[in-house]
Write a protein that binds this ligand. Sequence first.
Ligand SMILES: CSC[C@@H](O)[C@@H](O)C(=O)COP(=O)(O)O
Length: 395
Amino acid sequence: MPATTAPATFSSLRPAPAGRSVEILDQTRLPFAKAWIPLARRDDAAHAIATMQTRGAPLIGAVAAFGLALAMAEDASDAALTASAALLAATRPTAVNLAWALDRLEALLHPLPPAARAEAAWAEAWAIAHEDAAQCAAIGAHGAARLLAEISGIGGIDAPSGNPIGTRTLAQAGSVGTATAAPRPLNIMTHCNAGWLATVDHGTALAPIYRLHADGVPVHVWVSETRPRNQGLLTAWELAERGVPYTVIADNAAGLLMMQGQVDAVIVGADRIAANGDVANKVGTYLKALAARAHGVPFFVAAPVSTLDFACPAGSAIPIEERAGDELRQVPGRDAADRPATVRQLPAERPVANPAFDVTPAALVTALITERGVCPASDAGLAALYPERASAQPR
Ligand SMILES: CSC[C@@H](O)[C@@H](O)C(=O)COP(=O)(O)O
């Protein structure tokens, strides 16, 4: 077996001790309890994705790949391959990583004889996991360099063209000069959870923050709560585990903090980036981008290649997941005795709308940060970084 497909223990995903299966961290129990759950069958993986036991665009792509590998161990016929891929693809609609991973496995498996499919699918699922971890590490390096360039007022560099992108420097409320001489930490705002919990490892938006922290740059993170699912609490838990200073804020506090000059940059992940650079991400992202533009705060989006949808011309074509209204009507947490509890805020019959994502127009995005480098959020910017993908799409 090639080294790239060897099982490994990542932060959010690991091989199960017995048999050909994997375990995931149950994110519905975090941040209160850290519990690993086994995925031994296709339907375990589908259930985990649909119920958000596992979540975050790159991670659900990897888990879907393992789900299809588990399906092949159950039934590797042509009909089962097509049906299992369709079943897994239907679990969540917005993050394109899910379809990307399933398409990749289907393209590999359909030409193979059924008897060879389980082995090949298992190896490919691990290859996807390894690649995602490596890509997120690279996003961390590129993103950290870009943020440091902003601090020192250099502006970023558009890899691989070398053209400068953007000239804005960070908000100077604390007279930030250079990273090491900063009189106060670099204040970065994020939304939702785009850390190692949302990927196979390292994270997307949080990877540059982890990298800066590891390099000794003083960083403080404004973590927005991210109602209704409160993924910001997952971000806070992750940052606490790694010793990165942070403060949780209500989603609605973000604009005030930017107005007051308390935010040097915003960085978020993405669930799908259209060919023109429009970005679908957790609902509330768009409002942060608007506030950032109004106050001259750089707004970055970090994502790996599996999040890029070159077949989708613009954000208006991205499907937006509508989730159950009870996610809004109820709040899970702990009671006074520290037992798991759910509080109902609204009766079940009260009308609510619960779109899980929104779309930030490319014009509001300072730059995209991918495993290949930093580029403008535009057709041309993405085509410069991914010429083979851009030219492969029908126009
Ligand atoms: C690295 S993940 C980026 C996005 O997937 C993340 O910000 C997000 O929107 C996750 O949504 P979720 O509904 O929690 O799966």
